[in-house]
Ligand binder design. Sequence first.
Ligand code: RB5
Length: 148
Amino acid sequence: MKIALGADHGGYELKRMLHGFLEEKGHAVLNMGTDGTASVDYPDHAERVAAAVAGGEADRGIMVCGSGVGACIAANKVPGARASVCHDTYSARQGVEHDDANVLCLGARIIGTHLAFELTSAFLEAKFSGEERHSRRLANVLAIERRY
Ligand code: RB5
């Protein structure tokens, strides 16, 4: 898969580890910065990740900040992005299967590297189920996006 990967300064170190992990698993990584620990603004990088996914340049996105929360709020402002903070593997997988989540947001100050790897695997291995009730709800979500 092609993965857009981004972070702010709080997430940079975990992003670096994730970059290696993703490549080791055979994924192509689109690096959306940041590439150091100097303070940056998470919306800039979250937007790049979300836009790459929404625009079809990447299949999925992963965005890391301190808590994952700010990145998630910013990413969801891009039409077509469906981002969620997931710090448990059930949600990371089910968010894709039921809700067609396409951006995983992680909080580097909350979770460790190995849990981040497991969350990433759960997220990337999952596929949208396409079941009628989930497709209907997804259509409802997209309709909200079009109303505003
Ligand atoms: C940056 O200090 C921090 O606010 C950011 O990484 C993130 O946690 C926001 O949600």
